[in-house]
Design a protein around this ligand. Sequence first.
Ligand code: SF4
Length: 700
Amino acid sequence: MILDFQPGNTPVVATKPPVGTVTDMAADTHCPYCALQCAMTLRASGDGGVTVGGRDFPTNRGGLCQKGWTSAALLDHPDRLTTPLVRDGGGLRPATWDEALDRVAAGIAGVQERYGRDAMAVFGGGGLTNEKAYALGRFARVALRTRSIDYNGRFCMSSAAAAGNRAFGIDRGLPFPVSDIAGAGAVLLVGANPAETMPPFVRHLAGDRLIVVDPRRSATARLAALHLQPTPGTDLALANGLLHIAIMEGYVDAAYVAARTTGFDAVRATVAQWWPARVERLTGVPAADLHEAVRRLATAERAVVLTARGAEQHAKGTDTVTAFVNLALALGLPGRPGSGYGCLTGQGNGQGGREHGQKADQLPGYRRLDDPAARAHVAAVWGVDPADLPGPGPSAYELLSSLGTAGGARGLLVFGSNPVVSAPRAAHVERRLRDLDLLVVADFVRSETAALADVVLPTAQWAEEDGTMTNLEGRVIRRRRLAAPPPGVRTDLEVIAELSGRLGRPVSADPRAVFDELRRASAGGAADYAGITYERIDAEGGVFWPCPDEAHPGTPRMFLDRFATPDGRARFVAVDHRPAAEEPCASYPLYLTTGRVLTQYQSGAQTRRIAALPGEPYVELHPDLAARLGVTDGAPLTVTTRRGAATAPARLSDAIRPDTVFMPFHYAGGARANSLTNPALDPVSRMPEFKVCAARVSAA
Ligand code: SF4
């Protein structure tokens, strides 16, 4: 039985207009929030309002979650910014666009004159359209000529991306359509809670075939046939233990391993030391459950292994994902129709946002910035000398944590991100932002980061702009404009073009023109969009990359014949467990883990403003721990780590381990979970360790 579980969802179903149309009354588009990018139809109602209806699409099958169907509430929200703001003395005051943009251009010139080109930094977001992500990377490299650019996707999917690249030679979150998952006889879901984060996705899961790995008995875990509840920070050992069992019980697909992979012997030697009793001792997961999980995965005709932030947001996140990829490879899953390994991407354009050049080390088409051939190709598209393109810069946390210091950037432009809430060790990052010579934030509300800015530029929302997004399957889809933005508001592309022009590098602000340039820049790269056009997306309901020319059908399923490595084989990589960067001790005796809730999205700058999306910060803890501490449900509780403290009401639940507390990360101020989190970085992906650190709790 396929689940149809949408907690709190009240789908709004609209009459379906012709596919791919925008009229003065309706637009077929996709949700502004998460990577499932549910299809929706927006309709302008007679009274000036906008209604949202779910639209049938392979990913959401007509469903929307609460976040999607309330998304139009921000379009005319009283908090909406409709004029630029500039800081004079202590406060922000309204300004004209010319004054604001001139001030930004003069500020950039001043910073770069005083401190050098790299002192001007750019911070982007995984929710930006492909066109914006591309334009922002080009702006940094060509107009600013700075190496200092990265984005908040570094905090989201970077470990899975790094693991995918090293195993398969390419990073596409799901190398197969979401609809394949419904046909799998077993699904192993590691560190994901889609019943809250993307409820319509649950329609592709069958509870009796679902195995969930999560330290909490989450809404998704409650749907599963088998729930493995490991100690935070031990997923890698768990994965090695599962592979150990698969080998010992003869489940390895030897023919597949021989024909399609390399490196298995080293992995077999590593996992030999992870026998079930040892894994049980370390992870707390009963050996019988480990055996049962392997049996279910290995005996299903088709099986899928999926990871998400719970496995990935660790200082060993890349290796943890690699361990689950090793398991999938040993069972012969990747590249077999209906089976495989995939990552559940989080942010709306988490996939496309990491392909087109806003990453510190990357050029469009998922090209490497340090590859001479890639530099030559992209420089030719941009009409510049390859030698003028800067080299790779610092990763997101390294960039943010050095702002305003000797050697760090002194000016920052922020698009589509709210690092005051979303960065690890957030109080430190907030202090660094306050020390900047120039902070410019483009946003449509006064986010916590915008509130610190010297210049705030009011930008358009999703229903007011055209562009493309790439959903969690690698399917490129259209975002279509329903109406023009309010007077006084400009699109991000217009802002980038205005600034570029003021810096002597005029560019187009037209989304279609930017996309056509992106296609040329990506041609021949790993993420090749050359054959994708707006017309094809409209006609075909989206196009999967890679798609190298307009006659190419796109690539819904990758790896069917070969992997994207030089020899065409997937690479096993031996990885071993190591403790979290910070383990509990006498002073901080508990684990803290963080995550999402149904009604909120990312830093909450948008969803916290929507009255129909209730929610408040809380600290979830087990009743046994609460009894030891003398804490009652609802009482204010302070969580303290080596980074700081945060306070929120206690929420007692036996769904969490007694040695662990949980906080949602969507909230600001005194309840900001990221005041607590550990910025220890993964050595490969530079992902911070959001998901585990040592903490103590006390009654506030
Ligand atoms: Fe769909 Fe995600 Fe939007 Fe919810 S937030 S409607 S799951 S795209």
